[in-house]
Design a protein around this ligand. Structure first.
Ligand SMILES: O=C(O)[C@@H](CO)OP(=O)(O)O
Length: 248
């Protein structure tokens, strides 16, 4: 049996402002930094340790990993930064306030943009200053690999290869791993792991900074999964994430 830990980054400045974030590289708030440390404490108390860490190329996930590993005295750990673990690209919604967008377009439309499997928000214009074309961290990518918008299906199509090419082989080789990523890149991964249908994935939300343990069998199929920590607080946090896209 293998055990892996998935974790969404701690609260970011744009989580606090309730803005669509996607590939925008915003930092953690003080609360987010504290959540990362608290996650490390919980993992240490529960007897976890790791051999290898995966994260995205976005600082809110990277800094969360730093805080967690620091708390576990594991800052020396090898870390793989993979752009394929980035948050889902939110297209032209990036930077807009979620509740204001819901007041303008309706809660239903915002739910479709936030959680549907295959309806992407409007794309950024190629000339929009918010594109990632000139960002040096994506210099190794072909232009067509850099999204202008994504639905969850598009995110699945990059997250699953990251799993198959690098993460799954590392787990099979016996490495104990932690993945620090994002709400929707983790929804993509969990959809694949748990075989969640396109319709049911709409209801899955992930709270900030809470270690989610997956126990996997020899074929890397989930045996069970559970959040560490205060279960009531986690349920409340899940509900709060679900409500972020409502006008009131
Ligand atoms: O803004 C985002 O990029 C994501 C994660 O914070 O938000 P949502 O939960 O609305 O998909």
């Amino acid at each position: 049996m293998y055990k892996i830990v998935l974790m969404r980054h701690g609260e970011s400045t744009w989580n606090l402002d309730n803005r669509f974030t996607g590939w925008t590289d915003v930092d953690l708030t003080e609360k987010g930094v504290a959540e990362a440390r608290q996650a490390g404490k919980l993992l240490k108390e529960a007897g976890f340790t790791f051999d290898l860490a995966y994260t995205s190329v976005l600082k809110r996930a990277i800094r969360t990993l730093w805080g967690t590993l620091d708390e576990m005295d594991l800052m020396w750990l090898p870390v793989v930064h993979d752009w394929r673990l980035n948050e889902r690209h939110y297209g032209a919604l990036q930077g807009l306030n979620k509740a204001e967008t819901a007041a303008k377009y309706g809660d239903e439309q915002v739910l479709v943009w936030r959680r549907s499997y295959d309806t992407p928000p409007n794309a950024l214009d190629e000339n929009d200053e918010r594109t990632s074309y000139s960002d040096p961290r994506y210099a190794g990518l072909k232009r067509e690999q850099i999204p202008l918008t994504e639905c969850l299906k598009d995110t699945v199509q990059r997250v699953v290869p990251a799993w198959n090419d690098t993460i799954a082989p590392a787990i099979r080789s016996g490495k104990r791993i932690i993945i620090s990523a994002h709400g929707n890149s983790l929804r993509a991964l969990i959809k694949m792991l748990d075989g969640i249908s396109d319709a049911d994935i709409v209801n899955l939300n992930i709270p900030n900074g809470q270690p989610l343990v997956y126990e996997l069998d020899a074929d890397l199929k989930p045996i069970k999964s559970y959040y560490l920590g205060d279960q009531e607080a986690i349920q409340a946090a899940l509900q709060a994430v679900a409500s972020q896209g409502k006008s009131k």
